[in-house]
Design a protein around this ligand. Structure first.
Ligand SMILES: CC(C)(COP(=O)(O)OP(=O)(O)OC[C@H]1O[C@@H](n2cnc3c(N)ncnc32)[C@H](O)[C@@H]1OP(=O)(O)O)[C@@H](O)C(=O)NCCC(=O)NCCS
Length: 154
């Protein structure tokens, strides 16, 4: 897709990410109003996540609009006295706005997430897929039959 930029999220992206997290939740569950505190909790979480080194938050943008996002948390492995990968990568909050789906944007974001996880010395990536997204992850190399699917960085 032309004009789609993929980059790390910044503090200025937080309000869109809070809204997209709400939209992702609403696709699975019917709710009529936010839990009190959602906006504040999610905003604080994102501020910390963006400033810290543990989360890689990827966004695909067209102009000022975020059209898709993916979050990867690098979980530390305890060091061992033999050569060992440093992290396990946990993939979550994968969301493309409905009107932008099926154009390969999610696949491009996932490729970025996988490249970055490999570069950060992750051993593998885990995702708990929704029923409909299993094929999407399989095409990107994720394997497994029971949840979670895992992608071995190789
Ligand atoms: C999964 C998702 C991020 C893919 O983003 P995308 O930008 O459409 O990705 P691509 O265009 O690269 O891939 C399209 C594939 O996604 C899958 N897909 C399409 N609609 C989907 C939906 N509503 N939910 C889940 N997966 C979907 C299909 O496998 C599709 O392939 P197809 O067009 O051959 O059927 C996006 O569909 C989405 O946000 N879905 C709703 C939220 C969700 O299920 N997230 C994953 C939770 S773990």
């Amino acid at each position: 897709v032309p004009d789609v930029t993929i980059r790390h999220a910044g503090i200025g992206d937080i309000s869109q990410l809070v809204e997209m997290r709400r939209a992702l939740t609403l696709e699975d569950e019917d709710f009529s109003a936010d839990r009190p505190g959602y906006e504040g909790d999610c905003t604080s979480f994102l501020e910390e996540a963006i400033r810290g080194g543990r989360w890689h938050i990827w966004v695909a943008t067209i102009g000022a609009m975020i059209v898709a996002t993916m979050f990867v948390e690098l979980v530390d492995k305890v060091p061992r006295p033999v050569p060992e990968h440093r992290h396990i990568a946990y993939l979550t909050n994968c969301y493309t706005r409905p009107e932008c789906r099926g154009q390969g944007i999610g696949t491009r974001l996932l490729e970025h997430a996988q490249d970055a996880a490999r570069a950060a010395d992750a051993e593998l990536m885990l995702v708990w897929p929704s029923q409909r997204s299993v094929e999407f992850y399989r095409r990107a190399g994720f394997e497994g039959t029971d949840e979670p699917l895992t992608w071995v960085a190789g």
